[in-house]
Design a protein around this ligand. Structure first.
Ligand code: GDP
Length: 167
C-alpha cells in the first residue's frame, strides 16, 4: 500500500472550488461515498491508510456546530481554493480563519491547494497568501500548492506531502 499508517484528512473549501474532482482523482476513479447527514453533505473516501472526509464550507452557518464531529481526530486539513475565482477570495479567507478557530484544529497541519491553475487568469501564489491572510496563520504549519484537479497537475506533490504527514 502507498500509505502505511492511518491518516485522517479533512478536505474543505467553498462550493465549486473543486473538492469532488480532487477526491475522485485522489481515489483514482473509485466512486465517492456520500454520507447522508443533516445539513452537511459529507463525502468520504478511504484509500490505503488514508481516510478523507470532504464537505463544502460557507453558506451553511447553522450547521457549523456539526463540523467538530468531522474534524475530531483529524491529522491534516486540506483547504481547497478556486484560484480562478478572485471574487470569492474574501469569503474563502473568512471561512478558513473561522475553521481554524476550532480548538481541535489548533496545531493541525494545513495544506492549502490553489486549484484550477489550468485556467487563466488565476491568482498567483503570493496573491493567494495575501488574499487568505496566510501570514496570520501561525499556530498551524501550512503549505500552499498550486494544482489542477481536473488536469491532474501537481497531484503527485499533494500525495507526497500527505504521505509525509503520516510518518
Ligand atoms: P466542489 O463543489 O468543491 O466539490 O467542486 P467540484 O469538484 O464539483 O468542481 C466544480 C466545477 O469546477 C466543476 O465543473 C469541475 O469540473 C470544475 N473543476 C474542478 N477542478 C478543476 C480544475 O482544476 N480546473 C478546471 N478548469 N476546472 C475544475
Amino acid at each position: 500500500a502507498f500509505y502505511t499508517r492511518q491518516l485522517e484528512v479533512v478536505l474543505v473549501g467553498l462550493e465549486n472550488s473543486g473538492k469532488t474532482t480532487l477526491m475522485n482523482v485522489l481515489a483514482s476513479g473509485h466512486p465517492v461515498d456520500t454520507v447522508p447527514t443533516i445539513g452537511l453533505n459529507v463525502k468520504m473516501i478511504k484509500r490505503g491508510g488514508v481516510q478523507m472526509k470532504c464537505w463544502d464550507i460557507g453558506g451553511q452557518a447553522q450547521y457549523r456546530g456539526e463540523w467538530g464531529r468531522y474534524t475530531r481526530g483529524c491529522d491534516v486539513i486540506v483547504y481547497v481554493v478556486d484560484a480562478h475565482a478572485e471574487e470569492k477570495a474574501a469569503l474563502a479567507r473568512r471561512e478558513l480563519h473561522r475553521l481554524l478557530e476550532d480548538e481541535e484544529l489548533a496545531s493541525t497541519p494545513l495544506l492549502v491547494l490553489a486549484n484550477k491553475v489550468d485556467l487563466e487568469p488565476h491568482m498567483s501564489e503570493d496573491q493567494i497568501i495575501r488574499e487568505l491572510n496566510l501570514d496570520y496563520v501561525t499556530a498551524n504549519p501550512w503549505i500552499l500548492i498550486p494544482i489542477s484537479a481536473l488536469k491532474v497537475i501537481n497531484i503527485d506533490q499533494v500525495l507526497q506531502w500527505l504521505v509525509k504527514q503520516s510518518r
